[in-house]
Design a protein around this ligand. Structure first.
Ligand code: ARG
Length: 468
């Protein structure tokens, strides 16, 4: 035990099991060792340790890390958390000098430092993975800049759009997720070490130098806040939840589009599952899991916010509840994003099925716009086009099959060739303002998306992180 001095005996076994965070915080080992190595150097810089002592601690901590890396590290039943486990093993390997490592430090500033380091790496990893999915969407969009499909609002046929435009609509949310994750990384990159238990370290530590050693961009300005602040974890969980919501909103229409009723797309067999009973079934399980896991990610941010809301001051053990949601949110997205990237990259598209579901009534807006271009106010044009739609419905014909004579008879504002002017390509081409679905505008959007994704690729690194 790290703190046995004032106690008469051991903790009740069930209380020990409850208290223990080792089963989940063991994945912080690399961050814990890195933080301790930097702390040993900071103590030496402050004149608290001799150079030899710091070197002995450093060598011992590297030996501990080697054991973790090759899977040889043996946890002891008494190890309460990753911090106690590392310090215990350091003592076994380095001898009594290990007892000097925790000078001027507390597990309170230590755990906050470890988790911040972990979240920084987790952000880098998810930035990379969201980028991969965005890139797969851009690739999938590339050949389909003029592929017509029905666009929906309220899930009702609305206006024609292109398949590339639809796919790119899911790139930009991921781009925002990526930006948000980079912002969370910056929030996390503020060093709490040196706050000690709550009042600040009593040894002359150069915290700015310590921050630089560990890759933090700043130091926390208040020791009480430093050990209590989990804003970065809440921000991480929000960023993860919103990413999950975006994945769910990508998944849901893909599920619909893969049904026989739509038939717009088919999933590759590698990303579909069968039924144990019905031999013909091909189910979009990965997409349904994307939809389902959004709920779990929303739960994690809610759980942490609820944990934080009533805490009195500085560190409270409630804060140990911060880690599992953070780890699980990462694991969830880390599992989901590559699968969705593979699924998108192997989607088969059926432009004929998309075209077959273009209901000519979806050109009613273009009929109204056509009248507007002749000087008729839009509100009146809207009403006229609506009457034409109703007439076609009454006749049981498509809007585009309405006889010119019937149209002209409906209202003197119509001209005989108004219906003939309606055309799918013209409807697309008209929407050429920036961000619109015209093939020319989509080509420009695609070029921008491609450049954005390429710029990400230049920066992304392959950071590794403690696994489950
Ligand atoms: N295992 C603890 C946690 O995860 C480490 C900090 C313990 N601090 C303390 N004062 N008991 O939060």
């Amino acid at each position: 035990m790290l703190w046995g001095g004032r106690f008469a005996g051991l903790l009740d076994p069930a209380a020990h099991a409850l208290n223990r965070s080792l089963p989940f915080d063991r994945r912080l080992w690399a961050e814990d060792v890195a933080g301790s190595r930097a702390w040993a150097h900071a103590l030496a810089r402050a004149g608290v340790l001799t150079g030899d002592e710091a070197a002995a601690l450093d060598a011992g901590l590297q030996a501990v890390a080697d054991e973790f890396r090759c899977g040889a590290f043996a946890f002891a039943e008494a190890d309460e958390d990753i911090h106690s486990a590392v310090e215990r093993r350091l003592g076994e390997l380095a001898g009594p000098v290990a007892g000097k490592l925790h000078t001027g430090r507390s597990r309170n500033d230590q755990v906050a430092t470890d988790l911040r380091l972990w979240v920084m790496t987790a952000c880098d990893r998810l930035v990379d993975a969201t980028g991969q999915l965005a890139s797969a969407l851009v690739e999938a969009a590339t050949p389909h800049g003029a592929t017509l499909m029905p666009g929906f609002t309220h899930l009702q046929p609305a206006q024609p759009i292109t398949w590339a435009h639809w796919l790119l609509a899911h790139v930009w949310p991921l781009a925002r997720d990526r930006d948000r994750l980079n912002q969370v990384r910056a929030s996390a990159a503020v060093l709490p070490l040196g706050a000690a238990a709550l009042a600040g370290t009593a040894f002359g530590i150069d915290r700015a130098a310590l921050a630089a050693d560990l890759g933090f961009r700043a130091v926390t300005p208040n020791s009480l806040d430093a050990v209590a602040d989990r804003d970065f974890a809440a921000e991480f969980l929000f960023a993860a939840a919103l990413t999950g919501i975006h994945l769910s909103r990508l998944a849901e229409p893909l599920i619909l589009f893969a049904t026989p009723a739509f038939g717009f797309i088919a999933l590759d067999d590698r990303f579909s599952t069968g039924s144990s009973l019905m031999p013909q079934k091909k189910n979009p399980d990965p997409l349904e899991l994307a939809r389902g896991k959004a709920g779990r990610l929303i739960g994690h941010v809610t759980a942490l916010l609820a944990t934080l809301k009533g805490l009195p001051s500085a560190y409270d053990k409630d804060l140990q509840e911060d880690k599992e949601p953070v780890f699980d949110a990462f694991d969830t997205l880390d599992a989901l994003l590559p699968v969705l990237a593979g699924l998108v990259a192997t989607l088969r598209v059926d432009p004929a099925r998309m075209a077959a579901q273009l209901d000519p009534a979806m050109l009613a807006t273009d009929l109204a716009d056509h009248l507007v271009r002749r000087g008729i106010p839009f509100r009146r044009a809207h009403a006229l086009a609506g009457r034409a739609v109703r007439l076609a419905e009454d006749r049981g014909v498509a809007l585009t099959a309405l006889p010119a004579a019937d149209l002209v008879a409906l209202d003197a504002a119509f001209e005989p060739d108004d219906i003939a002017a309606l055309d799918w390509s013209a409807a697309l081409d008209a929407r050429s303002a920036e961000g619109g679905t015209a093939p020319a505008a989509v080509a420009r959007q695609l070029a921008v998306a491609r450049a954005v994704v390429a710029a990400w690729g230049d920066k992304d690194g392959g950071a590794s992180i403690g696994r489950r």
